[in-house]
Design a protein around this ligand. Structure first.
Ligand code: AMP
Ligand code: MG
Length: 468
């Protein structure tokens, strides 16, 4: 039922260490993804629930924490490792990992636990990304532990107990750029080759050079996807970059409500905005160049594939923007003008693009405006719409590209607030809605409005700290 190629391929303690999840007092299943369960070929059972809470290790499971390093906010941070993630093994070719199941040898000063609010956010967003068609790790289950976790949510000297939770994540592999970087820091050429051979298993037929080229392509495409749906990861350190080009480690991420390329949800990043929406593509390139630097221990020059990144990114971005506007060829001038118009006042990015498809004959995307449309906006937008209409946009293409539903930050927060009162109705409703993000239907229709005014400044809705 379960195997463990990571543990079977590598040795301790250079690559990982065996750990035992720390049992919890009163596990309760809060969410379960049938789709992920099907892929694993798993059925829910009491024994499995206990395993996903860390109270039991099922036959075949070999819990380990893996070792990696990383560049955090542009600086080499040394060894990090799975401080609160425990890899149980794999089923049907997919790795299963618990996040928040207790201390590991890499926990450093952390407690190995995760709070309910961050676990709900990870669960909802990774599932939402999947159904949006964005490469991502998945979530199988969410359990509350019955134990409290102490967090200083705003880092302002007010630690308080919060309910703990464990999110079960699933991916083909959780290997990060940082798994290579730590081996480079060790100067461990043999280990590096071993890690490479392992990763090449996920890239059949590739050599180091072509694998790296493919990773650059996947990462560039991922950045385009984040631009398409208005996602800001918030903490794109190299230890949070997937070797498969997946979105990984949902922490202080956010969805853009108001269009603003300068926006970052992460309060820790507020000053320099390194990880702001518009900068994500170039941060990825920086991260890839750190990885190329690490891989250079093997003596291969990876500058060529790295240089391809920009080209791939812009080609894909132009294609995506053309799709968003429903036209066949990338309309450079229109896109530039639209970028200016969208910043004239507070305009909701998701609603704007979605409503645009209703304006092909006539009309204005009214619902997207956070305040009344001002005269200069109206004038510029009218002119722009006339030019755009002349290109004969395709509404079907637009509605496949522009989601109607995203799990806005405030929606996830509403799910958390309700769960704190033992009410799982919002969670259930969002779980259903996120499965059809391109449709306006009974599941999504109540969640399509602008961010309400109360959420403008509310923590968890407007700004997220790394405390999780
Ligand atoms: P992140 O910024 O969440 O990606 O985490 C960076 C590093 O800190 C990783 O090595 C995590 O495993 C570790 N970490 C984060 N939170 C905790 C925690 N509560 N306990 C132990 N390690 C943690
Ligand atoms: Mg991380």
């Amino acid at each position: 039922m379960i195997s463990h190629s990571f543990a079977d391929t590598f040795s301790e303690p250079q690559f990982y260490q065996r750990v035992t999840p720390t049992p919890v007092r009163a596990p309760k299943l809060i969410a379960w993804s049938d789709d992920v369960a099907r892929r694993l070929n798993w059925q829910p059972s009491d024994a499995l629930m206990q395993a996903l809470a860390g109270n039991q290790v099922l036959p075949g499971m070999k819990p380990i924490a893996t070792r990696y390093g990383g560049h955090q906010f542009g600086h080499w941070a040394g060894q990090l490792g799975d401080g609160r993630a425990i890899l149980l093994g794999e089923a049907n070719g997919l790795e299963v990992q618990l996040k928040g199941a207790g201390l590991t040898p890499y926990s450093r000063r952390g407690d190995g636990r995760a709070v309910l609010r961050s676990s709900v956010r990870e669960y909802l967003c990774s599932e939402a990304m999947h159904f949006l068609g964005v490469p991502t790790t998945r979530a199988l289950a969410l359990v509350t532990t019955g134990d409290d976790v102490i967090r200083d949510m705003f880092y302002d000297g007010h630690p308080a107990p919060e309910p703990g939770a464990i999110c079960t994540r699933v991916a083909e592999s959780f290997v990060r750029f940082g798994h290579f970087e730590i081996l480079a820091a060790d100067g461990d050429k043999v280990g590096m080759q071993k890690m490479l051979d392992y990763v090449l298993g996920f890239y059949p037929g590739h050599t180091l050079e072509t694998f790296f080229g493919e990773l650059c392509t996947r990462t560039a495409k991922l950045m385009v996807e984040w631009q398409r749906v208005g996602f800001v990861h918030g903490v794109m350190n190299t230890d949070n970059m997937s070797i498969l080009g997946l979105t990984i480690d949902y922490g202080p991420y956010g969805w853009m409500d108001v269009y603003d390329p300068e926006w970052t949800p992460n309060t820790t990043d507020r000053e320099h905005r390194r990880y702001r929406f518009g900068q994500q593509p170039s941060v990825s390139l920086w991260n890839l160049s750190q990885l190329a630097g690490a891989l250079s221990l093997l003596g291969t020059d990876l500058r060529e594939p790295l240089e391809q990144y920009r080209q791939t990114y812009f080609k894909e971005w132009e294609h995506m923007m053309a799709n968003k506007l429903g036209v066949a060829d990338f309309p450079l001038e229109l896109v530039k003008e639209l970028d200016v118009i969208l910043r004239l006042q507070e305009i909701d990015m998701t609603i704007f693009y979605r409503k645009l498809a209703d304006c092909i004959a006539f009309g204005m995307p009214h619902g997207a405006f956070y305040q009344e449309m001002q005269v200069p906006t109206k004038e510029k937008l009218s002119l722009w719409l006339t030019k755009w209409r002349a290109l004969k946009p395709d509404a079907v293409l637009m509605n496949k590209t522009n989601p109607a539903f995203i799990v806005r930050n405030y929606l996830a927060q509403e799910a958390v607030d309700a769960l704190m009162k033992n009410d799982d109705s919002v969670m259930k409703a969002l779980e259903l809605a996120l499965q059809t993000p391109y449709e306006v239907n009974n599941a999504t229709k109540n969640f399509l409005g602008r961010r309400p005014e109360w959420a403008r400044t509310k923590p968890g809705c407007a700004a997220l700290s790394c405390s999780s």
